[in-house]
Design a protein around this ligand. Structure first.
Ligand code: NCD
Length: 327
C-alpha cells in the first residue's frame, strides 16, 4: 500500500472511534478500499487470521441486531476472538459499577471494545478510562459513527462518489443518532442535503451550524423526491420519547410507497439504517431503488476494515489453504 494511503490508514491505529466529527475524505478512502478488498475475499471464500490472538469485547447496554451481529461477524471473519456480554444489564453495572470502572476492568480482558449505551456521551466517558480502543456503536440519541461508514460505503458503491449528490434525510432527525453522525459527513463530502421532518422531530441546531448553503429543511417528502439522488429514511425513535402520547402523535408521519418512487428520478436509491417500522412500505423492497438490505450486508466488510485499521492491518493475514488442518 502506497505512502499517503498507509499514512491515512494509520490515522485509525489505536484510536477511539467515538464521533464522525473531523473525519476527512483522505482518511476514509483507504478504509473503504480495505472494505472492498475484504468484501472480495469473502465472496471468493478467502479466509483471514490474526498473527497473534486478538480479543474484541462487544458490550451492549441497548438492543441491537445488525450492529452487534455485523461486528461479531466481521471479527470472526478476521480471526478475532469475541468476548460478548449477552445482555449488559447482567454485568456489574447493574450492581452500581460506574462506566469508568467497567472500562478499566475490561481493558485487561480485551484488545478493543465495541460499546452501545443509552446515554449521550457514554462512549466518550468509557473511552477516557479505557486503556484500549473504544468503538461507539451508538450512545443514546448521540452518534453512531460506524453506521455512517456503512452508509457512505454503500452510497459510494452505488454512485461512484459523493460530491454533488442530492441527499434527503427523512424521519426522526432529532433523536436519530445515525443521522447526527451521517449529516456532517455528507456535508463535508460536498453533498446537498435536504432534511425532511415534522417540526417536533427536526434537526437540532448543533447539527446544522455553519451549513446554510448546502442544507435545507422541509416537512414535505413528496415535494422533494423529484430532486433527490439518495433518500435516507429513518424510523421514529420510540425509546427516546419520555411521553408515549408524543410518540403516538408523530409515529407514521412518513411512509414511502411505490407510488412515491414514481415522483423521483429512476436512479434514486433508498437507504435506511434499519430496523424499519412502517416508514417504508414493504412493496418498495422489490424495487431497484431499495438499497437498504445491501446496506445492512455492507456492515460486515466496513466493520472488518475498521477493526483492522484500529488494531493494525498487518496483524491480519490471508489463511493458507489447509492451515487449519491437523497434520
Ligand atoms: C440504528 C440505531 O441503532 O441507531 N440501527 C442500527 O444500528 N442499524 C437505527 C435505529 O435504531 O433506528
Amino acid at each position: 500500500m502506497g505512502g499517503w494511503q498507509s499514512r491515512a490508514r494509520d490515522s485509525w491505529r489505536g484510536r477511539h472511534v467515538l464521533t464522525t466529527a473531523g473525519w476527512s475524505e483522505p482518511q476514509l478512502a483507504p478504509l473503504f478500499d480495505l472494505a472492498e478488498l475484504y468484501q472480495q475475499y469473502t465472496a471468493e471464500g478467502i479466509g483471514l487470521r490474526t498473527t497473534s490472538p486478538i480479543n474484541l469485547l462487544t458490550l451492549f447496554f441497548e438492543p441491537s441486531t445488525r450492529t452487534r451481529l455485523s461486528f461479531e461477524s466481521a471479527a470472526h471473519r478476521l480471526g478475532i476472538n469475541i468476548l460478548a456480554v449477552p445482555d449488559a444489564s447482567t454485568s456489574s453495572s447493574s450492581k452500581g459499577e460506574t462506566l469508568a470502572d467497567t472500562a478499566r476492568i475490561v481493558s485487561a480482558y480485551a484488545d478493543a471494545v465495541v460499546l452501545r449505551h443509552p446515554r449521550i456521551g457514554s462512549a466518550g466517558e468509557f473511552a477516557s478510562a479505557a486503556a484500549v480502543p473504544v468503538i461507539n456503536a451508538g450512545d443514546g440519541a448521540g452518534e453512531h459513527p460506524t453506521q455512517s461508514l456503512v452508509d457512505l460505503f454503500t452510497i459510494r458503491a452505488a454512485f461512484g462518489g459523493l460530491a454533488g449528490l442530492r441527499v434527503g434525510i427523512c424521519g426522526d432527525l432529532k433523536h436519530g443518532r445515525t443521522v447526527h453522525s451521517l449529516l456532517r459527513l455528507l456535508l463535508a463530502h460536498g453533498c446537498q442535503v435536504v432534511a425532511v421532518a415534522p417540526d417536533e422531530l427536526a434537526l437540532r441546531h448543533a447539527d446544522t451550524a455553519g451549513s446554510a448553503d448546502s442544507l435545507r429543511s422541509t416537512t414535505d417528502l413528496r415535494a422533494v423526491l423529484p430532486d433527490l439522488d439518495v433518500l435516507y429514511m429513518t424510523r421514529v425513535q420510540r425509546e427516546r420519547f419520555a411521553d408515549p402520547a408524543e410518540y403516538e402523535r408523530v409515529q407514521g408521519v412518513y411512509r414511502l410507497t411505490v407510488e412515491d418512487l414514481e415522483l423521483a428520478p429512476s436512479h434514486l436509491r433508498v437507504l435506511h439504517p434499519l430496523p424499519r417500522v412502517d416508514e417504508i412500505a414493504e412493496e418498495v423492497d422489490d424495487m431497484p431503488q431499495a438499497l437498504y438490505f445491501r446496506q445492512a450486508a455492507n456492515g460486515v466488510p466496513t466493520r472488518m476494515a475498521l477493526l483492522a485499521a484500529v488494531l493494525g492491518p498487518e496483524r491480519f493475514v490471508v489463511t493458507e489453504p489447509g492451515s487449519g488442518m491437523a497434520a
